[in-house]
Design a binder for this molecule. Structure first.
Ligand code: G3H
Length: 478
């Protein structure tokens, strides 16, 4: 590493300068590593793994658990620093930032508990079909873990911690934003894990992650991001078929609001599902299909509900709408909104789509149709497209034709209709939410998807399985 740094800017802007344009504040810097530095980190992980005979992979499960417990205890000391960085770097509200921190600690605790259960089960001998067998869970090898900007702690640690605790060694690359919180945690990593077990790299993906993949020394790839990014990186591996992967990718989760839905409940779940953290969640509701008998009324109620939301700084009381951290996002959202308007939709809420520096006011778009980009593309931001439907078949076809398949929500009260929709759509997604918004949590539930939305399943227990391979030692019983 040649000692150069990348600047990290906040979505929070300075007061207007001489030219009248407020500028995102400079809040930190991270090392801008090059290929050589990334490969050095990888080599450290390869050495520590020692083809499975390094101290870490061959350590007892109980000992590895102690290291992770130590890390958790150290990490808890940094709650306030991490919460502040989540507010300043990605604009997460204090309430959501605290929730993310606490949820991550719970996840680590649950992982430790689950591994103890799994390990007890794995150490048993079984006699089956004339064979005495013991099946152990062993690590996969060297894991490359890459986290997203929107849940830089929770999403990242739901791969990082299972990877480590199962005995893999790790190279970890944080996302471009949501990276500064690694600073206060660096010491916790250093104190809790032996050298080479966890290696953190910073810098441009093409300079760092590309060469790691091309080296062929990565055995396991855990990635939360776009399916295009994931496929491109996987293909750089000289033997992609040998790369075990767990991927959380794009989604375009729809809500289906049936004529007999509990109206108030559907509106409030749709608002929160579409706008929590300004819609920057892979699990956000991204397209609302509302039966045409109530669509106009629904849209008007939705607009009123958006008007009641408070915009402001992440640390202010009652604020839920905040500035967006990705510099290119506002232009992209404007493109989607303008495309929909050009094809016949309107922004129906007051100030919808208005921009102020890094802030984009949520836009409710109606009526949205299949000709519009927003019907098919993931906005990952505060735009709520509403499409009216008269026949459920239209929605069923949309879900089946979509290249995404993470989750969907159904709002309705007739159990026959709801049951029929579940039967027809359950094989298209990873989770169906009844009379509730889409969400990942609780983290003990499977988190996955179909088509371009995911590969593999993450939950507390699934992740332990994902980051290990069952190996059986068997002999004939006498
Ligand atoms: O972006 C995806 C996050 O894992 C969302 O988690 O739906 O429980 O807020 P959540």
């Amino acid at each position: 590493w040649d000692g150069s740094y990348a600047e990290v800017r906040s979505p929070i802007c300075s007061a207007a300068q001489g030219d009248g344009v407020p500028q995102p504040l400079l809040i930190g810097r991270t090392p801008l590593m090059d290929e050589a530095a990334a490969l050095e980190a990888l080599d450290a992980a390869v050495q520590a793994y020692g083809q499975g005979s390094g101290d870490w992979p061959s350590m007892s499960v109980a000992n590895r658990i102690e290291h992770v417990e130590q890390f958790l205890a150290e990490m808890r000391n940094h709650r306030e620093a991490v919460v502040k960085l989540l507010m300043w770097e990605i604009g997460k509200t204090r309430k959501d930032a605290c929730k993310e921190f606490d949820r991550t600690c719970d996840y680590i605790n649950d992982t430790i508990h689950e591994l103890k259960v799994l390990d007890r089960r794995s150490s048993r001998f079984e006699i089956v079909g004339g064979v005495v067998a013991q099946t152990r869970r062993l690590p996969v090898g060297v894991a490359l873990c890459m986290g997203p900007f929107n849940y830089p702690l929770n999403e990242t640690f739901t791969t990082l911690i299972p990877a480590l605790i199962m005995g893999n060694t790790v190279v970890f690359k944080p996302a471009k934003y949501g990276v500064l919180l690694i600073g206060p945690l660096m010491d916790a990593f250093r104190k809790s894990f032996p050298p080479g077990v966890i290696n953190i790299i910073f810098g441009r993906g093409r300079d760092t992650v590309g060469p790691l993949m091309e080296s062929g020394k990565v055995d396991m790839f855990a990635f939360i991001g776009t399916h295009r990014g994931a496929s491109a990186l996987k293909q750089m591996h000289p033997k992609p078929h040998r790369l075990k992967a767990v991927l959380g990718l794009d989604a375009n989760n729809p809500a289906i609001v049936l004529p007999d839905a509990d109206f108030e409940l559907a509106v409030s779940e749709c608002i929160s599902g579409a706008l929590s953290f300004n819609g920057q969640r892979c699990t956000a509701l991204k397209l609302l299909f509302v039966h045409d008998s109530l669509a106009d009324q629904f849209v008007s109620k939705l607009s009123d509900a958006v008007n009641e939301l408070v915009a402001g700084m992440p640390w202010e009381q009652d604020v839920s709408l905040t500035p967006l951290p990705e510099p290119g996002k506002i232009g992209f959202l404007r493109e989607l909104v303008d495309d929909a308007i050009a094809k016949g939709a309107s922004v129906v809420n007051e100030c919808g789509g208005e921009v102020n520096g890094t802030y984009f006011h949520p836009a409710v778009l109606y009526p949205v149709t299949a000709e519009m980009r927003i019907y098919h593309e993931e906005q990952f931001g505060p735009v709520i497209p509403v499409a009216a439907f008269s026949d459920e078949q239209e929605v069923i076809e949309h879900v089946r034709d979509s290249s995404f398949g993470q989750q969907l929500s159904i709002f309705g009260s007739d159990s026959d209709t709801v049951g029929r929709l579940i039967d027809l759509l359950a094989n298209q997604v990873g989770r169906i939410n009844l009379n509730a918004q889409c969400q990942r949590g609780p983290d003990t539930l499977p988190f996955n998807g179909r088509k371009d939305s995911a590969e593999g399943t993450l939950s507390v227990s699934d992740a332990l399985r994902v980051f290990s391979i069952r190996t059986t030692v068997a002999t004939k019983s006498s």
